[in-house]
Design a protein around this ligand. Structure first.
Ligand SMILES: *[C@@H]1O[C@H](CO)[C@@H](O)[C@H](O)[C@H]1NC(C)=O
Length: 230
């Protein structure tokens, strides 16, 4: 029975298809991960991930989503000594998230937005706690479907024209996206390792992430091990 289960999981190189991290060891313009799935049209979303930065100043770009006509459709970036920013349709929200450069441990962050509204709002969470909210980000702007989702680089054109100074250097895992605003309890439950909730539109699954240019996939420490590192 156990053997049967193992064989059925044979398409994943890892113990279970979500138990991997992507390592981006160098600040270059050619090392990145690519999520094979694209986004549908979105009126709200939550994105969460664990990350560990090993660069300074600025963690760079954990992820970017570009569509034809708008390279900055959704971008999370910390460039130089600026705060971490969420860009939607090239509009900017500065987020109260603080990721240490050369951090010893992983940090869990989530950003939730409800953009298709007059008071287009966002909420930021770090290690399960809400660290701030804001509004007027990109009112009445649905996220456009069918673009390209890149891990570790900022796109100046769909799928390319990366800039080494904006690259993320470090490790990331459990990059999940939901098409709704997660409740604060759900964010805490994920961050404190009480539950593994895969994103309903982008789940963190080995077969859904390709790596390029020297980026690599590794077995990830367990959620509890990441927490104990804190
Ligand atoms: C994790 O967070 C949830 C939601 O806030 C809470 O109910 C649960 O007790 C927490 N578990 C631990 C181990 O802290």
């Amino acid at each position: 029975m156990l053997l049967h289960v193992v064989l059925c999981l044979g398409t994943s190189a890892f113990k279970s298809p979500d138990e991997f991290k992507v390592s981006l060891p160098l600040r270059t313009n050619y090392l990145y991960g690519k999520v094979k799935k694209t986004l549908p049209e979105l009126y709200a979303f939550t994105v969460c991930l664990w990350l560990k930065s090993s660069a300074s100043p600025g963690i760079g770009t954990p992820f970017s989503y570009a569509v034809p006509g708008q390279a900055n459709e959704v971008v999370l970036i910390e460039w130089g000594n600026n705060p971490i920013e969420l860009l939607i349709n090239d509009k900017v929200a500065q987020l109260p998230l603080f990721i240490s450069a050369y951090g010893e441990s992983s940090t869990h962050i989530c950003v939730a937005t409800w953009i298709y509204a007059e008071t287009s709002m966002w909420e930021a969470f770090q290690d399960g706690e809400k660290t701030g909210t804001g509004d007027n980000l990109a009112p009445w702007h649905p996220i456009k479907p069918g673009g390209v989702l890149i891990l570790g680089q900022e796109q100046d054109t769909v799928g390319g024209r990366f800039d080494a100074t904006q690259a993320f250097v470090g490790e990331m895992s459990q990059f999940n996206i939901w098409d709704r605003v997660l409740k604060p309890e759900d964010v805490m439950t994920i961050a404190n390792c009480s539950a593994n909730m895969p994103g309903n539109i982008i789940p963190w699954i080995d077969s859904n992430v390709d790596v390029f240019g020297g980026a690599t996939k590794w077995p990830v420490e367990s959620c509890e091990e990441r927490l104990l590192d804190l």
